[in-house]
Write a protein that binds this ligand. Structure first.
Ligand code: MV4
Length: 453
């Protein structure tokens, strides 16, 4: 096992990783930007090093500064958390060449899964169902029209280097397809430095179901059930839950085995997530993307499986074997996560940076709160607006919902605007309570215009 780890992140996830390290008896090194000097991850780490200014490029994305901090403090491994450098294959490669263990899969796997078109073909070869569409990059309008003729409208153009919903365009006819293709390529080049796009059949009002996996370095791979992340707005998840209201134990096994098969085909190691899109009309499932990091919503999986995913990531990276097999993993109870952001939901979810004067944290049975905030904490405009993840656990969905409703009533953050009030309303919504939602649900209840196109 490692004796010292550097955490290349900030906020709640840096704190979450420090907690796991402390429980494993591993010393921790925090890195921080000039505006994060007073942060809890700095206070609770054994050592802390300032790596640059507030803009992410100057600090949390500053590879030379982070590697220098790792060398100076003589750590054996780096945990990247999520966001920032977590899915940067170049960073993973540099860690490897500096003999520092990157806590995640190898650089080559990160790179391959970062190319969404390559991932699609790799998973198809492994036997996973993929959404009908192009089997290589679409270069020109002739190729685009050929694909569209074959699969029928509507279609969606996606950036090969995209993911997370960036650079997608929905097209309903030949005219729109032709006019969108150049735009999509230009947008992909501008956003990702890679103009490659591909085309898929557009699945209307799908559900987003993802499977958590863990893979050690000896070919042992397990799945830890699903997370339903259908409730999102403009590709920002707002609430996640497990089990999914639409997944039964038979389907869970099928999706889980598919995820393991996909992971095995790329010699995957560490924690990973395979995203599936579910067509609610046909109940078909398709591989969508693989995320090669720990995800924001990982705690709900921890609550229903009793497995600490961060500790497992560290153990796997240190070369330990998984201590459980698939038969040992039981899904027990239900868990929900609400993302509490410093945003004004009545004003287009506008970020609201500022100083927190007072907070009241919820607690009691079935409540977990992953947060880095405190009374006096200053929310910086340089980083994402996630303040806290409020997670509740019950024996069944209705109980987890009741606990969430009362925890949201207890949670106060003053004076800034947060998504607590949004979640209080969401948790009373009849369609949510029935589990009858699609990826368009929030847009529909807020009566927002479609962003795409
Ligand atoms: C799709 C789709 C419908 N059809 N692909 C959005 C994020 C990116 N990972 C892929 N996304 C989608 N791909 C086809 N062929 C609809 C979405 C989509 C979506 C997916 C998951 C969760 C929320 C979403 C919101 C809008 C669109």
């Amino acid at each position: 096992m490692f004796s010292k780890i550097l955490i290349a992140n900030r906020g709640e996830i840096a704190l979450r990783i420090i907690r796991a390290c402390q429980e494993l008896g591993i010393r921790t090194v925090a890195v921080y930007s000039e505006v994060d000097r007073e942060s809890l991850h700095v206070r609770f780490a054994d050592e802390a090093i300032c790596i640059g200014g507030a803009p992410p490029n100057a600090s949390y994305l500053n590879i030379p500064a982070i590697i220098s901090a790792a060398e100076i403090t003589d750590v054996e491994a780096i945990h990247p958390g999520y966001g920032f450098l977590a899915e940067n294959s170049h960073f993973a490669e540099i860690c490897e060449s500096c003999k520092i263990t990157f806590i995640g899969p190898n650089a080559e796997t990160i790179r391959m899964m970062g190319d969404k078109m390559a991932a699609r073909i790799t998973m198809q070869k492994a036997g996973l169902p993929i959404i009908p569409g192009s089997t290589s990059v679409v270069k020109n309008k002739e190729e685009a029209l050929k694909v569209a003729r074959k699969i029928g409208y509507p279609v969606i153009i996606k950036a090969a280097a995209g993911g997370g919903g960036k650079g997608m365009r929905i097209c309903h006819n030949d005219v729109r397809l032709i006019s969108s293709l150049n735009l999509a390529q230009a947008e992909a080049e501008a956003s990702f430095g890679n103009p490659n796009v591909y085309i898929e059949k557009y699945i209307e009002k799908p559900r987003h179901i993802e499977i958590q996996i863990l893979a050690d370095k000896y070919g042992h791979i397990v799945y830890l059930g699903e997370r339903d992340c259908t409730i999102q707005r403009r590709h920002q998840k707002l609430l996640e839950e497990t089990p999914s209201p639409v997944v039964d134990s038979k389907l869970r096994k099928r999706l889980g085995e598919m995820a393991v098969k996909g992971a095995r085909s790329v010699n995957y190691t560490n924690a990973g997530t395979i995203e599936f899109l579910m067509d609610q009309r046909t109940h078909d499932y398709y591989f969508m993307e693989m995320n090669t990091r720990i995800q924001v919503e990982h705690p709900i999986t921890e609550l229903v499986t009793g497995i600490d995913l961060i500790k497992e990531q560290i153990r796997i990276a240190a070369g330990e074997k998984l201590r459980f097999s698939q038969e040992d993993i039981q899904i027990k109870g239900a868990a929900i996560e609400c993302r509490i952001n410093a945003e004004d939901f009545q004003n287009n979810f506008l970020p609201c940076p500022g100083k927190i004067e007072s907070v009241n944290f919820p607690g009691g049975p079935g409540v977990r709160l992953d947060t880095h905030i405190y009374a006096g904490y200053e929310i910086s405009r340089y980083y994402d607006s996630l303040l806290a993840k409020l997670i509740t656990y019950g024996s069944y969905r209705q109980e987890a919902i009741r606990i969430m409703q009362r925890a949201l009533r207890e949670f106060e953050i003053k004076p800034i605007k947060t998504t607590i009030s949004f979640h209080r309303q969401l948790l009373e919504n009849d369609l949510f309570l029935k589990g009858e939602v699609s990826t368009h649900f929030i847009q529909e209840i807020l009566k927002e215009e479609e962003l795409e196109q």
